[in-house]
Design a protein around this ligand. Sequence first.
Ligand SMILES: *Cc1c(COP(=O)(O)O)cnc(C)c1O
Length: 410
Amino acid sequence: MELKPFEKKVWLSSPTMHGVELKYITQAYETNWMSTVGENINEVENVTCKKVGCRYAVALSAGTASLHLAVKLAGVKPGDRVFCTDMTFAATVNPVRYEGGVPVFIDTEYDTWNMDPVALEKAFEIYPDVKVVVAAHLYGTPGKIDEIRSVCSKHNAVIIEDAAESLGASYKGVQTGTFGKYSAISFNGNKIITGSSGGMLLTDDREAAEKARKWSTQSRESAPWYQHEETGYNYRMSNVIAGVVRGQYSYLEEHIRQKKAIYMRYKEGFKDLPVSMNPYDIENSEPNFWLSCLLIDKEAMCSQVRSDSEALYISEASKSCPTQILEELLKFNAEGRPIWKPMHMQPVYRMNGFITRDGNARAGTNAYIPGETRDAGMDIFNRGLCLPSDNKMTPDEQDMIIEIVHRCFE
Ligand SMILES: *Cc1c(COP(=O)(O)O)cnc(C)c1O
């Protein structure tokens, strides 16, 4: 196969619009509901409750805002430790800090690349007073929900579920976004469906939903003037953004089918390489396949070193590494991405605790030393990468990507 750079960039995951979004945006415009009130907002809240199976959905400006209000609802106070998913986007954990909480990071398991319930149990042995756990479903793959829930209920801890990447994914037939006392979803531009931005807080607790609604609109009390008893936020979703989300909702299942087909095609295309795909619990969960990722076998890793801002590798016959593959993809005008760099390896969280399944709290390093695995999150970060997973990628384009990756292992 002759390889030429793609004329049109192949994206990691870009917005996929369908036209109907314009109808709802236009409706907002023509009826002059160009604010944070209107039919689109009411409608996307209703549709979300129906789809996900939660009682209340509060439409907000971002997934991050939803997580922030979830952390407030969970009652996190300055100095409180909160157990958090370690290998994730920083938006999962930053809101804990907004409230003065102290994230303690829980290592990752290899079966779904999410919070390791064994490490979580160890964490409760070390810090038995922790009352809140923030758990994400990475790349649209549900985590070990039953195990995490049973550890949390044993220790009377509340779960905040970060389902920002997993809208439409289910575990034992139940949608993600229903497993937290408070859950968050996101409509950021590269998610499975998008509003260009936006997010939602989901809960079955009516009082919590009402509080979130009030906080998100500047915490006005009922009075003839602007009366405030609590700190407020400007976190409400715009009715224009809600129009985009409303239009996208009818395509959620189609997007998931397309993403799944991409995942399966990669899986088939890489079966002769020393790599595996991001795994999921085939028996119990149905991911939304938001991003397709690769993990290179330990034996097939060439040497790779990453500083805080640069990456180097030494090319070797029949071996490769994420840095090489990402650089090659870029040469052909395709966008990949490293795995989320674990929070315990981030300078901004260098003083925070990190707990692995053997109960050790250890710091990560930036070098990949073959044969030496010190924590699961760091290991997956070192050996893994996200592949171009855009819905609009054609099978031919994907076959090219598969070939580019093969050549890295020659
Ligand atoms: C995208 C994302 C968020 C944040 O959502 P925004 O809508 O961008 O604020 C939070 N957590 C995870 C895991 C995400 O991927």
